[in-house]
Design a protein around this ligand. Structure first.
Ligand code: FAD
Length: 393
């Protein structure tokens, strides 16, 4: 066992493994430590089990951060095509499920296997089930106390990720280390997470569990046109996960159930041409049948279009084009895909990921205050920050 490495990477997730193999190929002796019993658990869970490993259209605008410029350098130097080239070299079957979003065809496993194989080829040592209890500066390098014993190394890279899904090994370790060395940590919030509803709405919505439709949802300047899914607990699906990154407790969501259609104009037109048509039938042609039926029940019953006054059609425009809903909360860390906020990038180099004035300590991946939208951006950030740091070590 090599306990005198050049670099210790704490966290065997996406960013940590990518950083380790890059530094290993550059000739560094690298040790990766993780407290979990398996490496890359989030990779295995990701993308519904099929890992949305990158997004070909990745831009800095796809990321939230107190410093929106911080991610530019790494993303520019390690692009989605670079990761794709690695994936293709390992003959991993993949598919573009939505524009730009690349997924594995069968399972996420080959992505993790690829990273572990590359780490092996690069001579990286990986120690799982290893607790790190202390990180401190020691002469020109760093000293760790761990369940493997004392480890002295030239540099330590913190790649312990965010707080989401504690059962997959998430901890606040990286934030504690940042604070220990005098770095700020911006407010952390669960993001890319479903919403729960107040009891008033919960029962209504639970009856629709499994129903999905495309919506346009907005909140605090964020706006997404994507599918929404009704669940037993509330609202989910890409539209809701995306907007959760903007939402704050107490905020209302505005949901357009008929994006691109002005419901008042369309209903007025339909009333003129097909006055005997029932409202539920008109709705059922544009929305999932169960949702259409539920809407007429919630709002006072069915009737022919001719029976609907202008005021009633205006009310339907509100319900259909601007359904205002105040979620009770989000499902929180238990199911969130990512953490918004994290180690403040102010004191971190966007080129090398070292801490200003302490090049022996670096932070990469999700532990930093850089969070992507849904669609493969978070892994692209993990790969890009890992490579940039690994090359600079
Ligand atoms: P992580 O991958 O979280 O790795 C951190 C590692 O540090 C873990 O192995 C953990 O065990 C270890 N660790 C934590 N604390 C300690 C400690 N105290 N001591 C030692 N080790 C520690 N992003 C996408 O781009 N596409 C997707 O399809 C996608 N799907 C997702 C699905 C789910 C269910 C979840 C939860 C996330 C998903 N994400 C997806 C987000 C993506 O997984 C993360 O952004 C990414 O894994 C972050 O990489 P990371 O290396 O920074 O952190």
């Amino acid at each position: 066992m090599n306990l005198k490495p050049d670099v210790v990477v704490i966290g065997a997730g996406a960013a940590g493994l990518m950083c380790a193999l890059t530094a290993g190929y550059a000739g560094r002796r690298v040790l990766v430590l993780d407290h979990a019993n398996k490496a890359g658990k989030k990779i295995l869970m990701s993308g519904g089990g099929r890992c949305n490993f990158t997004n070909l259209a990745t831009q800095p605008a796809n990321f939230f951060s107190a410093n929106p410029h911080f991610c530019i350098s790494a993303l520019k130097r390690y692009r989605p095509e670079h990761f794709l080239e690695l994936v293709e070299r390992h003959a991993i079957e993949h598919v573009e499920k939505a524009p730009g979003q690349l997924f594995c065809v069968d399972s996420s496993r080959p992505i993790l296997d690829m990273l572990l194989t590359e780490c092996d080829w690069a001579g990286v040592g990986i120690h799982l089930k290893t607790e790190v209890t202390r990180v401190e500066r020691c002469g020109e390098g760093m000293r760790l106390e761990s369940s493997l014993g004392r480890i002295d190394s030239g540099a330590v890279v913190i790649a312990t990720g965010g707080l989401s899904i504690p059962t997959l090994g998430a901890t606040g370790f990286g934030y504690d280390i940042a604070r220990q060395f005098g770095l700020a940590v911006t407010e952390t919030r669960a993001a890319l997470v479903p919403f729960t509803l107040t009891s008033q709405f919960k029962e209504r919505v639970a009856a629709l569990a499994g129903v999905a439709c495309e919506v346009e949802v907005s909140c605090r300047g964020g706006r997404y046109r994507e599918p929404m899914l009704f669940t037993h607990r509330g609202l989910s699906g890409p539209a809701m996960l995306q907007i959760s990154s903007y939402w704050r407790p107490g905020d209302e969501l505005v949901i357009d159930l008929l994006p691109g259609i002005d419901a008042f104009e369309a209903l007025t037109e339909a009333r003129r041409h097909t006055p005997k048509r029932r409202l539920s039938s008109w709705l059922g042609e544009r929305l999932p049948k169960r949702l259409a039926q539920a809407l007429v029940e919630w709002h006072g019953g069915d009737g022919t279009l001719a029976e609907q006054s202008n005021a009633e059609l205006q009310a339907w425009r509100e319900r259909l084009n601007a359904w205002r809903l105040k979620p009770a909360a989000t499902e929180g860390w238990r199911t969130a895909e990512v953490t918004l906020g994290g180690v403040d990038t102010e004191a971190i180099s966007s080129k090398t990921f070292e801490v200003a004035g302490l090049a022996q300590l670096r932070f990469i991946g999700e532990v930093l205050d850089v969070t992507g939208e849904l669609g493969g951006y978070n892994f692209q950030w993990a790969w890009a920050s890992g490579v940039a740091c690994g090359l600079a070590l």
